[in-house]
Design a protein around this ligand. Structure first.
Ligand SMILES: *Cc1c(COP(=O)(O)O)cnc(C)c1O
Length: 362
């Protein structure tokens, strides 16, 4: 039977590179002649050590990380990081700046507030339903960190450039755009990303933390909620999600060896986004929901003239092998998530479908 694959525009869990899935399939029953599946081997084995070490080494090479950064794998998704961050990094007598650019920033703020931490929301785009990234923000020089969401998966906005925070380290939720573009890590103290958007299946959050921040963590945190536990054990304090980490390793290998690194990836990502936005902007039928200077090149959000047409559009797109185009349940409309693993042909097929749909329904 021929392989049935659609163009998958889901926001997360999301499309993975086909060569990665094929490699998993080929080695699934007998991983590297061990006679065991990758899902059956011990996390204390040499085989798994090689997997996790290679994943860490590739992440460091791709992001050009110096020796002062640690790459950790932590369960609980990006959502647990909303709480772990202030628990580990924000002492009682200090405060942190937060920028609110949407649903996920709001949740990060909420968790810090539950912990009764002193946080200051220095900018927000809530006044226009989070359709833009705030500019000219006055950050506090004595903040411990600045928290922001680099790409707003639901609202379709993204920081094009990261702000100047006068030396205060930025902590960024990069769940939906990690490893999509080159990054200057000098500005960042910590970045984190739930794997299931751009780097793997669900089950783990990648956390990249600078050594000096690690040294400031107070005593008394439960082991599983303390970054140092992961840093000192190579993320092997308890049983990690081995299969997820294995898949991440393969995705990073694909990114390094097949795509050719982050510069090449960024170029492709920008081409894909331009293809789609140029088409949306050329007519009146489709309308992008984010301000042009704040648009995401990972999650493209748009509306049609009516909700009925949106329903019809999503249904007919699905019939045509274009899946996952429904906007997040909290905002409606349409969203095409075009992560690293979405090929340019997928975006071209979507644009083609959009053209035909408009011709029939305008
Ligand atoms: C999906 C997402 C989250 C939540 O991730 P979980 O792993 O489900 O906790 C947080 N932040 C952003 C930007 C996301 O896209």
């Amino acid at each position: 039977m021929a392989l049935h694959r659609i163009f998958n525009f889901n926001a997360g869990p999301a499309v993975l590179p086909l060569p990665v899935l094929e490699e998993i399939q080929a080695s699934f029953l007998d991983y590297r002649s061990s006679g065991m599946s990758i899902t059956e081997i011990s996390h204390r084995s040499k085989l798994f050590d090689e997997v996790i070490n290679d994943a860490v080494a590739r992440a460091k090479r791709l992001l050009n990380l110096g020796e002062d950064f640690h790459v950790l794998f932590i369960q609980g998704g990006a959502s647990l990081q909303f709480a772990m961050l202030p628990m580990n990094l924000l002492p009682k007598d200090r405060f942190a700046d937060y920028v609110n650019t949407g649903t996920w920033s709001t949740k990060a703020i909420k968790e810090a507030e539950i912990l009764k931490k002193d946080i200051r929301v220095v900018a927000s785009s809530k006044d226009r339903d989070f359709c833009y990234i705030p500019k000219n923000i006055s950050f506090n020089r004595d903040a411990v960190y600045v928290h922001l969401t680099s790409n707003n998966t639901i609202k379709g906005t993204q920081w094009a450039n990261f702000p100047d925070t006068a030396g205060v380290p930025i902590i960024a939720d990069m769940s939906s755009d990690i490893l999509s573009r080159r990054l200057d890590m000098k500005k960042f103290g910590l970045i984190y990303a739930g794997a299931q958007k751009n780097i793997g299946p669900a089950g783990v959050c990648m956390v990249i933390i600078r050594d000096d921040l690690l040294k400031q963590i107070p005593e008394g945190l439960p082991s599983m909620l303390d970054y140092r536990t992961y840093a000192t054990s190579n993320s092997l304090y308890n049983t990690p999600p081995c299969f997820t980490i294995y898949t991440i390793q393969l995705v990073l290998k694909w990114l390094e060896e097949t795509v050719g690194g982050l510069d090449a990836m960024e170029k492709i990502n920008r081409q894909k986004a331009r293809l789609l936005y140029d088409f949306i902007d050329a007519g009146e039928f489709y309308r992008g929901t984010a301000d042009k200077d704040s648009r995401s090149f990972m999650n493209v959000t748009f509306r049609l003239p009516s909700e009925e047409l949106e329903k019809k559009f999503i249904a007919e797109a699905t019939e045509n092998g274009l899946g996952g185009l429904k906007g997040h349940r909290s905002v409606g409309g349409c969203r095409a998530s075009i992560y690293n693993a979405m090929p340019t042909e997928g975006v071209a097929a979507l644009v083609d479908f959009m053209k035909h749909f408009e011709q029939k329904n305008a």
